[in-house]
Design a protein around this ligand. Structure first.
Ligand code: AMP
Ligand code: GLY
Length: 472
C-alpha cells in the first residue's frame, strides 16, 4: 500500500520541525513543504513543493498543488495564511487541512477583539484599553503613568506584526514614543497599527502554553521555556549599539524577537499548573469563542501567559499556531504519531488521544543575522541585525561538522551559486538556523548544543549564550 502524502505550509524552522514530525510517522511516505527553505530538502522523506519548477505560494496555487499531487493532509504553520482563510478555501474544496478557519484566526489577528472577548468570558487578562486614536491613547498613557508611577505599560499593535508588535515600556516617555511609532505615519507595522491595545505591564514569569482543539476537546501539549529578548541581560553594550543603529532613542530597551531559543520540557509547567490553565483559560476560551461567535476553533492554540508569584496565570496574547522556535524543541519530544494525531483533530476524536512524550530534554539555539558591516567595496554600511535591519545572502559553512544526533532546523536559508559557481547554502532571513540538541539532562543537551553551534559560521552570526543557563 502506498503511504500518505502530506503538505506542510511554512517558510521557517517551525515548518522544518512539523515536516520532520510527519516524516517520522510510518504511514507517511512523502512530506512536501511550501514555501519551505533549504532545510526542508535535507530531512528524510521531505522535499520542497514544486510544480513546473515553481513553488506554490498563494492559496489558490497551494490548492492546485494538493489536488494535482493527491495530498492526503495539509498542515498550516503561520498565522498569515490562516487569517487569509486558507482553511476555509481548502475545506470548501473537500481537502483535509489542519488549522483554524479565518473566523477563528481572529484570536491572533486582532488583539483588541481577543482581549475584549477574554474579559467578557472572565478569562484572566491584564487591565487594558483599546484605542484607534493616537491622541487619546497618549492622553491615557500619560495619565496612567502619572497615577501608577511604579507600573509599566505595554503598547500593542492590534493586527499581525510578525511577533514584533508589542512594546514593553517602563516610562511615559517610552510609551508615547511607542504609540507614535505604531500609530502615527510612517506606521512601524503598517495597517496593523491603526488600532492599539494598551495594557498594564505584569510582573512574573512568562509561559507559552500550547494545546490542540478539534472543536470539542482541548488537549494540552508539552511546552518550552523560550527566550524572547534579542540579548541576554548582561549584554548592555550590544543592546545600546543595537538601538543606536536602529534609530531607537530608548537605548537600554532590549528588543523583543520572535524567539532566540528555548528548551523543553518547561521547568515549571507541572500537572497542577497545567490543570489550572486548562480549567481557567484554555477550555473557557475555546468554548466561549464558539458561544460568542458561532464558530468552532480547530487546530493548535497557543496562549502567551504571565504567571504571577502566586502561580496565577493571565493571558498576554493568543496565537493560532505553533510557536517558532518552540515547535523546534517541543515536537522532537513527541512520540505520538503526528499523522494519526492530525487525523484525530480532523475526525473530532481528540477525546480518545493520550499523548506520549520522550523524557529527554531538547535545547534549541537560534543563530541569527546579527550586526554586520558590509565590505567597503559594497558600500560599507553597518546594520544592527535581527530583529532590526540585517543582511541576507551570507554564505553558511560548518553544517557538515554537526554531530549526527543534533538537529538543525532552518529558519531562513536557500541554496544558491557562489562567486565560483559552486552550490552553497546562504542566509535569507533574520533568523537563520535553530540548532537543537537532545540529552538525558538539560545540562547534557545544553553542552551539546553550545559545542555544536560553534562549528557553524556566517558573516554577522550571533546567538544568545544563556539559553538554559540557571536551569541545569
Ligand atoms: P505579545 O505580542 O502580546 O505576546 O507580547 C510580546 C511580549 O511582550 C511577551 O512575550 C512579553 O514578554 C511582553 N509582554 C506583553 N504583554 C505584557 C504584559 N502585559 N506585561 C508584561 N510583559 C508583556
Ligand atoms: N516564538 C513566538 C512565536 O512564534 O510567536
Amino acid at each position: 500500500m502506498s503511504g500518505k502524502r502530506v503538505l506542510v505550509v511554512d517558510a521557517g524552522g517551525r515548518g522544518n520541525a512539523i515536516a520532520h514530525a510527519f516524516a517520522r510517522s510510518p504511514v507517511v511516505s512523502a512530506v512536501y513543504v511550501a514555501p519551505g527553505n533549504a532545510g526542508s530538502e535535507m530531512l528524510e522523506k521531505c522535499r520542497l513543493a514544486s510544480r513546473h519548477g515553481k513553488g506554490p505560494k498563494s492559496i489558490s496555487e497551494l490548492l492546485d498543488f494538493v489536488k494535482k499531487e493527491s495530498i492526503d493532509l495539509t498542515f498550516v504553520g503561520p498565522e498569515g495564511y490562516l487569517s487569509e482563510g486558507m482553511v476555509n478555501v481548502f475545506q470548501e474544496a473537500g481537502q483535509r487541512i489542519i488549522g483554524p478557519k479565518k473566523e477563528a484566526a481572529i484570536l491572533e489577528g486582532s488583539k483588541c477583539f481577543t482581549k475584549d472577548l477574554l474579559k467578557s468570558l472572565k478569562v484572566p487578562v491584564p487591565p487594558f484599553q483599546n484605542f484607534s486614536d493616537a491622541a487619546e491613547a497618549k492622553e491615557y498613557a500619560l495619565q496612567y503613568c502619572a497615577e501608577n508611577p511604579k507600573k509599566g505599560l505595554v503598547i500593542k499593535a492590534d493586527g499581525l506584526a510578525a511577533g514584533k508588535g508589542s512594546v514593553v515600556c517602563s516610562s511615559s516617555v517610552e510609551a508615547l514614543s511607542a504609540i507614535d511609532r505604531i500609530m502615527v505615519n510612517p506606521r512601524l507595522f503598517g495597517p496593523a497599527g491603526s488600532k492599539i491595545e494598551i495594557e498594564e505591564r505584569l510582573n512574573g514569569r512568562e509561559l507559552m502554553f500550547f494545546a490542540l482543539s478539534d472543536g470539542r476537546t482541548v488537549l494540552p501539549l508539552e511546552s518550552a521555556l523560550d527566550y524572547k529578548q534579542a540579548f541576554a541581560s548582561n549584554e548592555g553594550v550590544a543592546i545600546r549599539l543595537f538601538n543606536k543603529l536602529s534609530g531607537n532613542p530608548i537605548l537600554d530597551n532590549n528588543p523583543n524577537t520572535g524567539g532566540m531559543g528555548g528548551f523543553s520540557p518547561h521547568p515549571w509547567l507541572d500537572e497542577e499548573l497545567t490543570e489550572k490553565i486548562m480549567r481557567r483559560i484554555a477550555v473557557p476560551t475555546v468554548r466561549g469563542f464558539k458561544e460568542a461567535t458561532g464558530h468552532e476553533y480547530a487546530g493548535v492554540i497557543y496562549f502567551g501567559l504571565m504567571i504571577s508569584e502566586e502561580k496565577e496565570p493571565a493571558v498576554l496574547e493568543i496565537n493560532v499556531r505553533l510557536g517558532d522556535p518552540e515547535a523546534e524543541v517541543i515536537l522532537p519530544r513527541l512520540k505520538t504519531d503526528f499523522y494519526q494525531l492530525s487525523q484525530a483533530i480532523l475526525d473530532r476524536e481528540l477525546e480518545a488521544v493520550e499523548l506520549e512524550w520522550s523524557q529527554e530534554f531538547c535545547l534549541g539555539i537560534c543563530a541569527i543575522s546579527g550586526r554586520a558591516i558590509k565590505p567597503l567595496s559594497s558600500g560599507g554600511e553597518e546594520r544592527p541585525g535581527y530583529p532590526g535591519e540585517h543582511y541576507t545572502n551570507m554564505p553558511i559553512s560548518g553544517l557538515d561538522k554537526i554531530d549526527p544526533d543534533v538537529l538543525v532546523y532552518h529558519n531562513g536559508t536557500a541554496f544558491g551559486a557562489d562567486a565560483t559557481g559552486k552550490n552553497r547554502l546562504f542566509t535569507t532571513g533574520g533568523r537563520v538556523l535553530t540548532l537543537v540538541a537532545r540529552g538525558g539532562t538539560l545540562g547534557e543537551a545544553r553542552s551539546k548544543a553550545y559545542e555544536n553551534i560553534k562549528r557553524i559560521h556566517f558573516n554577522g552570526m550571533r546567538y544568545r549564550k544563556d539559553i538554559g543557563l540557571g536551569y541545569v
